[in-house]
Design a protein around this ligand. Structure first.
Ligand SMILES: Nc1ncnc2c1ncn2[C@@H]1O[C@H](COP(=O)(O)OP(=O)(O)OP(=O)(O)O)[C@@H](O)[C@H]1O
Length: 373
């Protein structure tokens, strides 16, 4: 509401590049026993050097968070994007990385919510911004929540049995913004109500225990919050969308100990991540054709990658030597994402334009229209 200049610290808006934050997770108990690290150095807030079979490699990102960075530290740098979504931009924040690298911890937080992640903090901030601006704007907030499990889109706001019988279709509106036809969209009036809905939805999510992670996400998860704000002085209406995405982890079956059903899940996860990799590769090489339609995940993320959005990617990595190959692969992947240009436009219309559109629709339908002259 305080203007589109509040955007993303200037960087995303000026250059239109996707921003990438790298987060190193702490050693876990079993890794402490194994000892050695693959992260050789992390001399400042932007640089990280990793050793693997490919030798010593240095990477630069918009931020590198060390294993001791707190959830507060991480959110501090993320929170301006929440303002952008309220201002009427399409915003996407997503986490990518090897299984067990800390994606869910970053996006959602720990189970007890003693260290809440980006999602619950974003809920609070949305309603805080609205509270601060309530004299000048009126707001409407709604949300839908989905997972992509074994190549299927499932609605997390309804019971799993009902969700299986629903047909969800990924569509694009005339401004290039993605929406999901058939997804249950619920209106909310407070951060607490949104969080409760989110928690209930999470109980429908597919999670399982693997050798790499006791609570591994077996699906890609997305919550989209739609923010409509009306300027009470001039009637302008803005529509923002905040998509928060926790991708399922890339993994090697031998390492995770996957069998049967988990193998099927892993194949599906790897298939969609590989389609995402193809899209990222085409975009970063500025190829004329981008294969968005090869997979539902890439269709869902179409506006966030090379489209009309301000996008932030977290690349989550393990510091342990035994994960060095996966860590370097993730960092190479993330470096490609950094090269992608988005073109974010504010989605708003004046009172007059909104009225004109209404009139055109009425005329097309053969209805008579009363004009105020
Ligand atoms: N920065 C961190 N600080 C403290 N604990 C962390 C951190 N990052 C991850 N963890 C812990 O490491 C474990 C694995 O993390 P998490 O479940 O977030 O990984 P993931 O990348 O989402 O895995 P998957 O792809 O298998 O779902 C969890 O117990 C989590 O609490």
């Amino acid at each position: 509401p305080s203007g589109d200049h509040l955007g993303f610290g200037g960087v995303c808006q000026d250059l239109g590049k996707i921003r990438v934050f790298c987060r190193i997770r702490p050693f876990n108990k079993s890794e402490v026993a194994r000892g050695s690290q693959c992260v050789v150095s992390h001399p400042d807030e932007y640089t990280i050097t990793v050793e693997s079979s490919r030798g010593l490699k240095e990477f630069q990102f918009d931020r590198v968070f060390s294993s001791t960075s707190s959830q507060e530290n991480v959110f501090e740098d993320t929170s301006r994007l929440i303002q952008s979504a309220v201002d009427g931009y399409n915003v996407c924040i997503f986490a990518y990385g090897q299984t067990g690298s800390g994606k869910t911890f970053t996006m959602i937080g720990d189970k007890q919510q003693e260290a809440p992640g980006v999602v619950p903090r974003a809920f609070k901030q949305i309603f805080q911004i609205m509270e601060e601006n309530k004299g000048r704007f009126s707001f409407k907030v709604s949300a839908y929540m989905l997972e992509m499990y074994n190549e299927r889109l499932l609605d997390l706001f309804v019971a799993p049995s009902e969700s299986l019988s629903k047909k969800l279709e990924v569509r694009k509106d005339k401004n290039g913004l993605v929406y999901v036809q058939g997804a249950e969209t619920r209106e909310v009036t407070s951060a607490e109500e949104l969080f409760l809905m989110f928690q209930q939805g999470c109980t429908n999510r597919h999670i399982a225990s693997t050798r790499m992670n006791a609570e591994s996400s077996r699906s890609h998860f997305i919550i989209a919050i739609i923010l409509e704000s009306t300027n009470l002085t001039n009637g302008t209406v803005s529509y923002g969308k905040l998509s928060l995405v926790d991708l399922a982890g890339s993994e090697r079956a031998a390492k995770t100990g996957a069998t049967d059903e988990q193998l099927k899940e892993a194949n599906s996860i790897n298939k969609s991540l590989s389609a995402l990799g193809d899209v990222i590769s085409a975009l970063s090489n500025e190829q004329p054709f981008v294969p968005y339609r090869n997979n539902k995940l890439t269709m869902l993320m179409q506006d966030s990658l090379g489209g009309n959005a301000k996008t932030l990617m977290f690349v989550n990595i393990s510091p342990a030597e035994w994960n060095a190959e996966e860590t370097v692969a993730s960092l190479i992947y993330a470096t490609r994402v950094k090269a992608i240009t988005n073109s974010a436009q504010k989605n708003s219309q004046s009172k007059e334009i909104a009225r004109l559109k209404e009139i055109i629709i009425q005329l097309k339908a053969g209805e008579s229209v009363e004009l105020d002259v």
